[in-house]
Ligand binder design. Structure first.
Ligand code: CP3
Length: 356
């Protein structure tokens, strides 16, 4: 299919920092940078459920671009959700306002694996790829567009728990009591994720991030056995087919896995705010770019406090092989102006640090 060429990328700092190249200042973006803390997000969402919004390329394009109008951020991330994969595999997922995702009929046991379907992502998730292509054109080369997916373990946890869960007891129980079916489920999800991310890249995604948001509930041994191999398979497959696309992983809470993640064909390892950046750098060396990790709660403080926190964050990470971000997502109660203070502080402080 012939398609219009994409505009030339003007700001490629994110991609350069991911590859370990020199940059004039540290690139910055925020997890959940498009979302409920922005009044313009609520305006677009009016009258549409969350997943209706995700299925409309026009609405997705608008929401994805919104934060780039307000802030001089160095990337846009496509507006979607990690739970579109369980949906494509045949499970119902609802986004309940004030409560988060709910899967009314989660997998109750291995016999339920037969409820899952294998779909061709080009069909079941075509709306994501259309939205990515449309957003790439609408961004007009201003900043790169990030595509993403959930990690197999995190998606498995949602599919078994039926929603968010502090400790994922049921999903962890599967790993011990049903190792065979657990492995089968993880393998099937891994295949879907590889196909999904490949198509995102073909549709125009320029940087890929994998979210293993529930990595932190696993013992190191269970992570090494059940999550890490799937992350490695995804990274290796994308690296071999799309060597120019930087790959990032955010395994929240998996402080014990930094060494392994640095050795897994990822270019970028993203860390949450409970990880000490100096210790993280000592572990990963210059094998990967680190990304993170301001505690999102910092943005509730005054601009002065935010700037001081950014300064110590940049001092701790060092100016090279670094992408600034929060240690997790923006929160609905955040003030947009404070996100702006964060972004500006990263640019100002990192450019003077580099000049010094
Ligand atoms: O701006 C961006 O970062 C891109 C969009 C994005 C969303 N979800 C939109 C969203 C991304 C990258 C995600 C990923 C995602 N979704 C993750 C991994 C990152 C993480 O936060 O750990 C996870 C675990 C999910 C599952 C999910 N979706 C949860 C737990 C929730 C509820 C969160 C809450 O605070 O209520 C969602 C809903 C969701 N996804 C919202 C947004 C903007 C808010 C719901 C709404 O606007 O109606």
């Amino acid at each position: 299919m012939a398609s219009k060429p994409f505009p030339v990328l003007e700001n490629d700092l994110l991609l350069r920092a991911a590859r370990g190249e020199e940059v004039p200042h540290t690139p910055v973006w925020m997890m959940r940078q498009a979302g409920r803390y922005l009044p313009e997000y609520h305006t677009v969402r009016e009258g549409h459920t969350f997943f209706e919004t995700c299925r409309s390329p026009d609405l997705v394009t608008e929401i994805t671009i919104q934060p780039t109008r307000r802030f001089p951020i160095d990337a846009a991330i496509i507006f979607s959700d990690i739970l579109v994969i369980p949906q494509a595999m045949g499970l119902e997922v609802q986004m309940v306002p004030g409560r988060g995702p709910v899967l009314p009929e989660p997998l109750a046991g291995p016999a339920d694996l037969k409820r899952l379907i294998k779909t061709d992502v080009s069909e079941s998730l075509h709306y994501v790829f259309e939205a990515i292509t449309q957003t790439r054109h609408a961004l007009d080369g201003r900043v790169p567009l990030i595509g993403f997916a959930g990690a197999p373990w995190t998606l498995m946890a949602y599919m078994i728990e039926g929603g968010g869960s502090k400790s994922c007891d049921k999903a962890r129980a599967w790993l011990f009591a049903e190792p065979g079916p657990s492995q089968k489920l993880l393998d099937d999800i891994t295949e879907m994720v590889i196909a999904y991310l490949s198509r995102q890249i073909e549709a125009g995604a320029q940087f890929i991030q994998i979210f293993d948001s529930w990595a932190g509930v696993l013992a190191p041994e269970q992570f090494a056995r059940y999550s890490l191999p799937t992350l490695r398979r995804i990274a290796a497959a994308l690296r071999s087919d799309y060597p120019e696309i930087p790959l990032a992983v955010f395994a929240r809470g998996a402080h014990y896995a930094l060494e392994d993640l640095a050795d897994s064909a990822f270019d970028v390892v993203s860390i949450d705010w409970t990880v000490d950046p100096v210790a993280a750098r000592r572990i990963v060396g210059d094998r990967v770019t680190l990304q993170g990790n301001l505690d999102p709660a910092t943005l509730f403080a005054s601009p002065d406090v935010i700037r001081r926190a950014v300064r110590s964050m940049i001092d701790a990470f060092g100016a090279n092989r670094y992408i600034a971000n929060l240690g997790h997502g923006m929160l609905p109660a955040h003030r947009p102006e404070h996100a702006g203070v964060f972004v500006d502080a990263v640019h100002e402080i990192s450019s003077t640090t580099k000049a010094a």
